[in-house]
Design a protein around this ligand. Structure first.
Ligand SMILES: [Zn+2]
Length: 284
């Protein structure tokens, strides 16, 4: 599973806390194809750079330094470890040596990147310039505006990083379940309460994971896995198990090119009838 917003938020906070003020003294790269500039250029650009903080945009880490930005994307199963330079892990692809004889050892398995971008050119970095706002930074009003007049189904819309950044295939199932939405519901069929519920579901799901230190399949700078376990999932990857809400068997269904895990009872494809909704409102 590639990291999503909770994992990257936790990593950015941890890196900010532990790396701010530290100086990069040397750079080595064993896998030049994950770089956007030649190794020598990267080394020259970042040697002597002081780290001021680390932020995230979607699934990217933005390491801010006195000499420009280092943009890291961990791809699938990547990790960043802070280790003594004389005790490097067995596998690393790019290494940033720091002061006090420590190193950031970055390992990518698949689709990982380490890009150097001068701060003035950040807006022109092709892979991040088009990213939408971080999912947790979208206000309810912005979210309503984002969905207004959209066509197509809700699931692919949420996964498109140019709309909202940070939602991926690990958390989408439980976000839709919390919002009681079928992944193929057309956006145009969503009622205002459903849209508001979806906005809340994204926040609840992500904030809960962040509180637990994010997903178990990602590790922190010390190599310790996050506290959000597979058993914390509600319906995601739980086909054949009972829905935590109603006990109906969770199903894995095909949704375009991807699969989605849903409770067929809690997440019906047809919108709840407006008649029933208004009756309920009257009663209340
Ligand atoms: Zn259910």
């Amino acid at each position: 599973m590639p990291p999503e917003l909770p994992e990257i938020v936790c990593r950015a906070r941890e890196m900010s806390r532990r790396l701010a003020g530290r100086m990069i003294t040397h750079v080595e790269a064993l896998q030049p194809k994950c770089l956007n500039v030649p190794v020598a250029t990267l080394r020259k650009a970042l040697s002597g750079a002081r780290i001021s903080g680390v932020l995230n945009r979607g699934k990217w880490l933005f390491v801010e330094t006195s000499k420009g930005h280092l943009l890291l994307n961990l791809g699938m199963g990547g990790e960043i470890l802070l280790v003594p330079t004389d005790r490097l892990p067995q596998k690393w692809r790019v290494r940033f040596d720091l002061d006090h004889s420590e190193s950031l050892a970055v390992n990518f398995w698949w689709f990982g990147y380490a890009h150097y971008v001068p701060t003035a050119k950040l807006g022109k970095h092709a892979m991040t310039a088009g990213l939408g706002p971080n999912a947790l930074d979208v206000s309810l009003d912005d979210f309503r505006a984002l969905l207004a007049g959209r066509r197509g189904a809700i699931k692919p819309f949420l996964l498109d990083q140019t709309h909202v950044a940070g939602i991926g295939n690990a958390y989408i199932h439980d976000i839709l379940f919390r919002a009681r939405l079928h992944p193929l519901r057309p956006i145009s069929s969503l009622s205002q309460p459903e849209i508001d519920g979806l906005h809340a579901a994204i926040r609840t799901e992500f904030e809960r994971s962040i509180q637990l230190g994010a997903a178990f399949f990602e590790v922190d700078l010390d190599g310790k896995p996050g506290g959000f376990a597979a058993s914390d999932l509600l319906v995601g990857y739980r086909q054949g198990k009972p829905c935590p809400q109603c006990g109906t068997t969770v199903e894995k269904i095909k949704t375009g090119t991807t699969a989605t895990f849903i409770c067929p009872r809690c997440q019906p494809l047809r919108a709840p009838s407006p008649k029933r909704r208004s009756t309920r409102v009257k009663k209340a």
